[in-house]
Each structure stands twice: as C-alpha cells, then as structure tokens.
Design a protein around this ligand. Structure first.
Ligand SMILES: [Zn+2]
Length: 378
C-alpha cells in the first residue's frame, strides 16, 4: 500500500516518513486510534516504505520487487498476527497462520479499512469473538529466528492488540524487550484501557486521530461519482470514521434507488399495466442479484411497516421524512387480509433470487400476484 492510498492523516504520514528518512524507526510502535481512522492502512504503507528500494521523500516507489510483494502482502519479511476463532475450515486450535490466505485477500479487497465484525463476518463466524493466542506468538518467534530474506527489516503487524490473551501477551513482551536484529513490531489498537500497561509501556506510541471532515469529503468525492451535498452529509455523520462514511454513503444511494423503484412498482401494480410491468421486470433484471435482493428486502420491510401504520403505532416506523408520506398513504392498501400473503410473497421472491431464478420472469410473476393482493379487501 502507498501512503497516497491512505485517507487523510497527512501529519501522521509525515512523522512516519521522517522516522525512516532520519533512521529513527522505533522497533516497537503502538498505533492507537479510533475505528476507521486508518491504522492498518498506515501500518501497511509504513511497512512498504521502510523496505522500499527506491523510495522518494513522500512515498514508496510502488514498482520495486519489495513494493510489488508488499502490495500483495506476500513479502517474506512481512508478518501478521490477528484474532482468529474456530470456523468451518479450522475446527480446532485456530491461529493467524491458518487464515493467512483469507486475511491477505480480505485486507486487499477492503484496502485496509474494516472492523473486527467485518473480519468475523468474512470468516463466516457468527457471534464469536476472535483471540490472539500463544500459538500466534510462538509462530512469530519461530519466524523471526531466521535472517530476513531480502536483508531488510522483518516487520510484524499485529492487528487488534486488545484481543491478545495473557499468555500470548507475555511471550510478546519478551520479544519486545529483546527483539531480534532488524525487526519491527507495529501493534494496532483502538481501546487504550484494554491494553496491558506492560505492553503499552514497551512500545513507542503513535496516536492516530480521527480523519478530518474535509479529508473524508475529499475521499468520498474521489471514490464516487456523486453530488458534493451527498458526500458532505455522509462525511459529517461519519465523524472521522472512513468505514462508517462508506457504509452511510453506499446505503444512502441504495436506499434512494429502492424507495424510488418501489414507488414506481406499486404505481404500475395499481394501474394493472401489464406492458409497463413487463418493462419494469426486464429493467430490474439487469441490476444484479444483490441489488434485487436488497430491493425485495426493502419491500418486505415496507409491508411490515404497513401493518404497523394501520395499527396506529406509526411511531414505531423509523423512516426519512420524504419516505414517510408515501408509506403512510401506501399503508392504507395493506390490511389484515393481504399483509401476510404480501410478506410471504416477498420472502418467497427473495428465496427464488437466492436460488438463481430468472429475474425477469420472477419479477413479472411477483408483480401479477401483487396486483391481486392489492385489490384484496379485509
Ligand atoms: Zn519500492
């Protein structure tokens, strides 16, 4: 990763770059900062810069053999420790090295920006928390015995120091106290209180602040072809957290699409315009299964809301203002007689989409059933 790919954080980047330029890279550093501030992205850019054969005053070259391997996270002198847990694939004694392939793929896909829940979701574990085990520390001790492959620094990035168990922490402490030659440890953490004071005191603290609103805004405008006003809203609400900014921004685009498309769909169902419904189905067939599913889920959510409106408990319905009016109006067509079949219809359609049904046939069929349900009285 290049420093130029890290969102904002120019002051931190400058400090890290200068530490390399002046040959004052501390062998153990603790990057402490809130979620979405870019700790992992900074650590990756820093590691790449340290071992780059052709670095400039502001960034790695990106093309030397070291940079190429660093970008793929496959550099033999780059090591990772991160929380793991039992999964379908690893049924006992989990440790980082057993998940290295998944880790590399995920970090590259996410460009270094994700939280612990994203990682656990990616591993397919629900409600399980990961841990950094003594096995992880042993593996690093074993790897660091050998000379570095390229004669450069051996860099270990430890993600989520909060998740280290006491035995592993003790082993890491010994390593930090008497580090092998030319090794660097970059420890990443969000919660200062959850870190053992003994570990904290042995690492040089690099505080990573929240990303500024203007850096977030700039990055959103760069990543998406969007109106400045939309990006500004997301940037402000995200409060310095790039992961949250992405989530807010992507959701708001999708929500808007779902709302408008749903309005259009219901209008056509009321009109019972078969030709237009057929065009509608052909159109929605082109947006991809994930979006189709998201659209149907939105519909499902709406029918459930419809029931709440009718039961005079509209305070329970949480919606943006412009959608609220439509929902209130729409709710009058949802009644005790048709709401359950409507919910069932949406659930079945979602299931069919998941099972790779032909989307244009599916949406046409669902539309015709919806036409009938809307006409149903209590
Ligand atoms: Zn390079």
């Amino acid at each position: 990763m290049l420093f130029s790919q890290v969102i904002g954080q120019q002051a931190v980047k400058n400090r890290l770059i200068q530490s390399v330029q002046h040959n004052r890279v501390s062998h153990a550093q603790l990057f402490l900062g809130p979620e979405g501030s870019g700790k992992l992205a900074l650590a990756l850019a820093y590691a790449q810069y340290i071992n780059c054969k052709n670095r400039t005053l502001s960034d790695s070259c990106g093309v030397c053999p070291s940079c190429v391997k660093m970008a793929k996270l496959s550099h033999p002198d780059l090591h990772f420790i991160f929380p793991t847990t039992i999964t379908k694939k690893v049924k006992k004694e989990p440790e980082s090295i057993l998940f290295l392939e998944e880790w590399r793929k995920f970090v590259i896909e996410q460009k270094g920006y994700f939280n612990a829940n994203h990682w656990y979701d990616y591993l397919g574990v629900e409600n399980k928390q990961g841990t950094i085990y003594a096995r992880d520390a042993n593996e690093i001790i074993r790897k660091l015995q050998y000379k570095s492959y390229e004669g450069e620094y051996k860099i270990t990035i430890l993600w989520m120091l909060e998740k280290i168990n006491p035995t592993a922490a003790n082993k890491m402490l010994k390593l930090l106290e008497e580090p092998p030659d030319k090794t660097i440890f970059i420890l990443l953490a969000e919660e200062q209180e959850q870190i053992l004071p003994t570990v904290r005191s042995r690492a040089y603290l690099v505080k990573i602040p929240k990303i500024t609103d203007s850096d977030l805004l700039h990055a959103l405008m760069q990543h998406f072809d969007c109106r400045e006003a939309d990006a500004r809203d997301a940037a402000l609400m995200a409060q310095g957290n790039w992961i949250e900014a992405l989530r807010l921004f992507e959701n708001s685009e999708e929500e808007k699409y779902n709302f408008q498309t749903f309005q259009q769909w219901m209008r056509l169902c009321f009109k019972v315009s078969i030709i237009e419904l057929s065009d509608f189905s052909a159109n929605i067939a082109t947006i991809g299964r994930e979006r189709q599913k998201s659209f149907l889920l939105y519909g499902l959510h709406l029918f459930r809301n419809g029931l709440l409106f009718n039961n005079q408990i509209s305070k329970l319905v949480r919606l943006p203002a412009d959608e609220h009016d439509f929902h209130a109006k729409f709710a009058s067509f949802v009644n005790g007689g048709n709401v359950l079949p409507m919910v069932k219809l949406m659930e079945d359609s979602i299931l069919h989409i998941e099972r790779n049904a032909n989307p244009s046939i599916l949406f046409m069929d669902t539309s015709l059933k919806m036409v009938k349900l809307l006409k149903m009285k209590v």
